[in-house]
Design a protein around this ligand. Structure first.
Ligand SMILES: [Ca+2]
Ligand SMILES: [Ca+2]
Ligand SMILES: [Ca+2]
Length: 666
């Protein structure tokens, strides 16, 4: 055992050494780079000698590196491409603002390379990246008829996290997620005041806050804790997206300020394959068109606990059919699993459209609740677009459309799996009495690797192991031993079941009888004992005695000697023959034969007929004696068998007894 322990210790040491060797290069690669408006791209890119541009840092970085961006303004005059993919959620390539500082990527001098298409200011092509704390804005307004361009756009990239970005005053969309395989998280970002003035798609038609589009396969993207305000088109737009998106805890207000912008807060749809987006705990107010809009989708969305206030329409569940070219051909009514599902939503006031094909319950319009301003803590949105809390959550100053004590909207909802307090969920985006928590930030960066430690001291002995679980079942019980031949055996005692883990016990022997059957132990948990031995055979009958010998003729006058009986357990002696005496005196009566021996005729006198008769009498006596003995034997056997009671009342002939005894053995 000691040798084994030592051996194992050596093996573990070898594994740890190998792991340290394998990790060392990976840690060495996870570099940190710095950029500052006052830095230089010919510098080392270190904390003390930062680069000047993100473009340079992107070139220098490898997978999993962190680029720290100091506050200040970085002017982007041409497109910035961020291309350095990470490898996983825990090894992202990070481009983060230095804590407490605000880097601004300013596009006021940006010159698009093609005014006919969207050439975004910042293009993300890498996967597993994490952008945090950057401000991108102030895009140069294009000439009349120029195509809009995005402030930040991904292209065929996936699994990226965008956190605490402030995208504003673009000439087109703020953030546009384009194609890729999904898996993105857009967390606590703001997008506002975007407006593609007189753009090629119509004045303001592409100025969305956030867009998720064109993905056809892969995991969902999540939009959480975001704010969109004062954009010319829509707050959130999922047009042409064919993979479901979850959007939660967001708000949109003031959409549609351009002359032609669509003006929806949440434009959640246009799917032609009938996918289902999840829209929950969002607030839309004062948008030109709809607060929440299904945008022709052929599949319903799930809408839980949203608040819609003072929009052109609160909820518009328009569903349409499409031709093969993707053109709308008409309005349809969704049915079955494709219907919209709406629960716990507030429409203030209730003003919806296209509500056929909707599974609707526990919304203000279902409950005939006519809200009043006094049902809410505030109907003023002052402060809602102000600075976020330190953890990135919505500003605490924004109590807009939260419920207040006594509101008729409290506890009027139904449980849809979202957290709630009180006896039931409330209506709308904000549960009354719930602890206000932020949506939370993402995990911080990993620390840098430390220097190697010194060799550790030997470990102490390990503690004793816990008791093992039970062993396997015992082996099969041994066969019951056969009984001995002789009298009828009684049944063998059944074996008891062996305990779990212990060996099966040997089957007990049949107490008597031939051919005891094998004990039937089962394999596994408990060997069972052998079954009883079968009954033994009946003892065989004693051998018939041989006939008594013929008595010698008595001599004349003398007495003839008695013939002795033959040997045998119950010999059936026959009568001795009459002595063939001539004239003589009558012989005396012969003695009774003893079992088994031959009749012994002693000399006598002249045999007489009377003597012969006497011998006959002796033989008869012998037959009776043997017959009684046989009857007793049968009675002893039959008393062991209840089935033989009838037989005991009328004892069978010797032949019958033997036949039954034979059957009994089988
Ligand atoms: Ca539009
Ligand atoms: Ca739009
Ligand atoms: Ca409640």
């Amino acid at each position: 055992m000691r040798r084994t322990t030592l051996s194992r210790g050596i093996q573990i040491g070898a594994v740890l050494a190998a792991a340290a060797t394998a990790l060392a290069p990976a840690m060495a690669r996870a570099a940190e780079w710095y950029i500052s408006p006052s830095g230089s791209d010919s510098a080392a890119g270190s904390s003390s000698a930062p680069f000047a541009t993100l473009s340079k840092a992107n070139s220098a970085a490898a997978a999993g590196d962190t680029i720290w961006v100091h506050g200040g303004t970085y002017y982007l005059t041409t497109q910035l491409v961020l291309s350095k993919s990470g490898t996983s959620d825990t090894n992202r390539t990070k481009i983060w603002a230095v804590a407490g500082e605000t880097p601004v990527l300013d596009a006021s001098m940006y010159v698009t390379s093609n005014a006919a298409v969207d050439v975004p200011v910042v293009l993300v092509t890498g996967n597993w990246m994490h952008l945090r704390g950057l401000e991108i804005g102030n895009a140069k307004v294009g000439a009349n008829g120029d195509h809009s361009y995005s402030l930040l756009r991904t292209k065929n990239s996936s699994n990226n996290t965008f956190e605490l970005l402030n995208l504003h005053n673009g000439f087109g969309p703020g953030l546009f997620v384009d194609t890729g395989m999904g898996g993105n998280l857009i967390l606590n970002c703001d997008s506002h005041d975007n407006y593609d003035v007189n753009g090629s798609q119509g004045d303001g038609q592409n100025g969305d806050g956030f867009g998720v589009h064109y993905q056809k396969t892969g995991p969902s993207t999540i939009v959480r804790g975001c704010r969109a305000w004062n954009n010319s088109d829509d707050g959130y737009d999922f047009i042409s997206q064919e993979v479901p998106v979850t959007i939660e805890g967001c708000f949109a207000t003031g959409m549609g300020r351009g002359s032609a912008g669509n003006g929806n807060g949440f434009k959640i749809g246009s799917s032609q394959t009938g996918i289902r987006h999840i829209v929950q705990n969002n607030v839309a107010w004062k948008n030109k068109d709809s607060g929440f809009y299904a945008n022709h989708s052929t599949g319903g969305n799930t809408w839980y606990n949203n608040t819609s206030y003072m929009n052109g329409t609160q909820y518009n569940m328009l569903a349409s059919s499409f031709d093969s070219s993707g053109n709308v051909t008409g309005t349809i009514t969704l049915t079955g699993s494709k219907v919209h599902i709406m629960r716990n939503n507030i429409g203030f006031p209730n003003k919806n459209a296209n509500m056929t094909g909707v599974d609707t319950a526990n919304n203000t319009w279902d409950l005939n609740i006519t809200e009043a301003s006094t049902d809410f803590a505030s109907t003023s949105d002052t402060g809602c677009t102000g600075p976020r809390e330190a953890d990135g959550s919505m500003p605490a100053a924004c109590t807009f459309l939260h419920l207040k004590a006594g509101s008729p909207l409290i506890d009027k909802g139904v449980d849809v799996g979202l957290p709630y307090v009180g006896s039931a969920p409330d209506l709308g985006a904000y549960e009354y009495g719930a602890t206000t928590t932020g949506t939370g930030g993402t995990t911080g960066t990993a620390g840098t690797s430390g220097t190697a430690g010194t060799t550790g001291t030997a470990g102490t002995s390990g503690t004793a192991g816990t008791t093992g679980s039970g062993g396997r079942g015992g082996t099969t019980g041994a066969a019951g031993r056969g009984g001995t031949t002789g009298s009828a055996g009684t049944s063998g005692t059944a074996g008891t079941t062996g305990g779990s883990g212990s060996a099966g016990t040997t089957g007990t022997s049949g107490t008597a009888g031939t051919s005891g059957a094998a004990g039937a132990g089962t394999t596994g948990a408990a060997g069972t004992t052998g079954t009883s031995g079968a009954a033994g055979t009946v003892g065989t009958s004693g051998t018939a005695g041989t006939n008594g010998g013929t008595g010698t003729a008595g001599t004349t006058g003398s007495t003839g000697a008695a013939g002795a009986s033959t040997t045998g357990a119950a010999g059936a002696a026959t009568t001795g023959a009459a002595g063939a005496g001539a004239t003589g005196t009558a012989g005396t009566t012969g003695e009774a034969a003893t079992g088994g021996c031959a009749c012994d005729a002693t000399g006598g006198g002249t045999g007489a007929a009377g003597i012969a008769f006497a011998l006959l009498l002796v033989g008869a006596a012998l037959r009776r004696g043997r017959g009684r003995e046989g009857a007793l034997t049968f009675a002893a056997w039959s008393s062991s068998s209840a089935a033989s009671r009838e037989t005991r009342r009328a004892p069978p002939s010797l032949f019958t007894r033997r036949a039954r005894a034979t059957r009994r053995v089988r």
